[in-house]
Write a protein that binds this ligand. Structure first.
Ligand SMILES: *[C@@H]1O[C@H](CO)[C@@H](O)[C@H](O)[C@H]1NC(C)=O
Ligand SMILES: *[C@@H]1O[C@H](CO)[C@@H](O)[C@H](O)[C@H]1NC(C)=O
Ligand SMILES: *[C@@H]1O[C@H](CO)[C@@H](O)[C@H](O)[C@H]1NC(C)=O
Ligand SMILES: *[C@@H]1O[C@H](CO)[C@@H](O)[C@H](O)[C@H]1NC(C)=O
Ligand SMILES: *[C@@H]1O[C@H](CO)[C@@H](O)[C@H](O)[C@H]1NC(C)=O
Length: 466
């Protein structure tokens, strides 16, 4: 609460660096209002963040994957369930197996909350003919108790359980876009609070506060993310690879509001890393790469194409008074495009060296070897209805994962922001190829029972490469 209050107090002196942004008081208030109703569960984060340092496939996951089951969901009525909520209700609490919801194409007009007692759930769709899950609540929507639901409550799909996977799904909040200055316009399409969640070929579509990358280890691969202000925010520790990030406003968009901070337990481990992504404004406007929600906000862009809408200063300190001496860590590495010119960046943003960027630009950043699996692209096995109304795939006997020699996958943040003097020659995307091996989910794909030794050794060599 103290933090929120101080944010409000400091709002009047927001250090917006670009004169073109010219936010007025109403705009400042609105920005502040976006931050007043976030809730976090600190104890839970501490528990989930621990893990085994991510060097071996989690045993529980291994078992869950060896005992998959599929529920067909079809709004037209020819599946096991007509709605996603009905299918989720059928999953037992304390679920231990991979449950794949095979989502037939169409619009699912549902608001979804996946309880933490139901891990190992997959939403599988077809990216070319997707299932679209849409709702249109905003923070100002009045809930059952007569009060506004707030940012968290506005969410269309909330995932609080662990080991969630989505493939080819469109997550959408289609509330009308809030006007700058309006209150209660936050409209979250997807909130991810569980750890070890992966999203492949998904679209996350909204306006203000589209993707609440709330907490935990997350991987976004080949996704499209659309929004306006603070549209990727939270204190997840996440790796975004090959994603298209699109501002939909003709005013000012802020791509990230990363909340790494010392004041929330576990949040200091968080950060957003973008690799091989593209950033553009589909309606023009201006795009800030990020602004500091947390006192130690951390965001890295590598090999990312930035369109002309990305403002030259790049970043904003928001309410942090002296960003250069705070814990903020904003860096770029070999990005390309007209918005990537590092010459006019704020002095406290970093043109990273290869050594500095390496911890961020692979699935190792999210300890992916312990949980990232290949996307569930294949056709699901023909269904034979089982007692539970679901279909079962052949279960192969579980094999316990190799216990590999553990090395601590530490990130090595160079903590002092570099001086304003920049080497702009470093920003060409030339050597993009060199690190590709470290970042593909392939090594963890070899997770499947027989090759666990291989997975372990590739994890080891990845660590060495760092
Ligand atoms: C995880 O890493 C930390 C820090 O390097 C270390 O102290 C701890 O023993 C490791 N835990 C496991 C289970 O390997
Ligand atoms: C697979 O899951 C079902 C439902 O939880 C359980 O009854 C069955 O014993 C599991 N099979 C294996 C091999 O673990
Ligand atoms: C999750 O499910 C448990 C068990 O049914 C329930 O007690 C809890 O309130 C649920 N959590 C939320 C946030 O709804
Ligand atoms: C997933 O997205 C990537 C990048 O857009 C694309 O190359 C790939 O074909 C997609 N995969 C599927 C199965 O659609
Ligand atoms: C970058 O992403 C695109 C798809 O968005 C993909 O086709 C390409 O192979 C990726 N390049 C690298 C070096 O990962």
């Amino acid at each position: 609460m103290a933090l929120l209050l101080s944010l409000a107090v400091l709002a009047a002196s927001l250090p917006w660096a670009s004169p073109a942004a010219t936010p007025g008081t109403a705009f400042d208030n609105w920005l502040t209002a976006t931050q007043t109703d976030y809730r976090v569960n600190q104890a839970l984060y501490a528990k989930k963040a621990a893990g085994d340092n991510g060097t071996t496939i989690d045993e529980s996951l291994s078992k869950a994957e060896d005992n998959k089951t599929t529920y067909v969901v079809d709004p037209k009525g020819s599946g096991d369930y007509k709605t996603i909520n009905a299918a989720l209700e059928a999953i037992p609490e304390g679920n231990t197996r991979r449950v794949i919801l095979d989502l037939k194409p169409g619009e699912y007009r549902e608001k979804i909350f996946l309880n933490l007692s139901k891990p190992y759930v997959t939403f599988k769709s077809d990216p070319l003919n997707p299932a679209t899950i849409a709702w249109s609540d905003t923070a100002a929507t009045v809930g059952k108790d007569g009060k506004p639901v707030g940012t968290v409550g506005s969410t269309t799909v909330a995932i609080e359980s662990d080991y969630f996977v989505a493939y080819g799904v469109v997550f959408k909040n289609d509330a009308p876009l809030a006007k700058p200055g309006a209150k209660g316009g936050q409209a979250v399409a997807l909130r991810v609070f569980g750890t070890k969640a992966a999203f492949y070929n998904c679209t996350i579509d909204g306006g203000q506060d589209t993707l609440y990358d709330h907490k935990g280890l997350h991987y976004f691969k080949d996704c499209v993310i659309r929004g306006s202000v603070d549209f990727i925010f939270g204190f997840g520790r996440s790796f975004y690879e090959g994603c298209k990030i699109i501002s939909i406003v003709k005013e000012v968009a802020v791509l990230t509001a990363q909340q790494r901070t010392k004041t929330i337990e576990g949040a200091i481990e968080s950060g957003f890393s973008f690799k091989n992504c593209s950033i553009k404004g589909e309606s023009g406007g201006q795009i800030y790469l990020g602004r500091a929600w947390g006192d130690s906000s951390r965001v890295v862009y590598a090999f990312t194409e930035m369109s002309k809408e990305v403002v030259p200063v790049g970043w904003d300190g928001w309410s942090i008074k002296a960003p250069e001496s705070s814990g903020i860590y904003y860096g770029e590495f070999k990005c390309s495009g007209p918005g990537s010119d590092a010459k006019k960046r704020v002095g406290w943003a970093q043109d990273l060296t290869e050594a500095q960027v390496k911890p961020f630009i692979g699935t190792h950043y999210v300890f992916g070897d312990s949980w990232i699996l290949p996307p569930p692209t294949g056709k699901s096995a023909p269904s034979t209805k089982s007692a539970g109304g679901a279909t079962s795939s052949a279960a192969s006997p579980a094999e316990s994962p190799a216990s590999s020699p553990k090395s601590s996958a530490t990130e090595s943040p160079a903590s002092s922001p570099k001086s304003a003097a920049k080497d702009s020659s470093a920003s060409s995307p030339k050597s993009a190829a060199k690190d590709s091996s470290a970042s593909s989910p392939k090594s963890s794909a070899s997770y499947s029972t027989a090759s666990s030794t291989k997975a372990a050794s590739s994890a080891t060599s990845e660590k060495k490469a760092l």
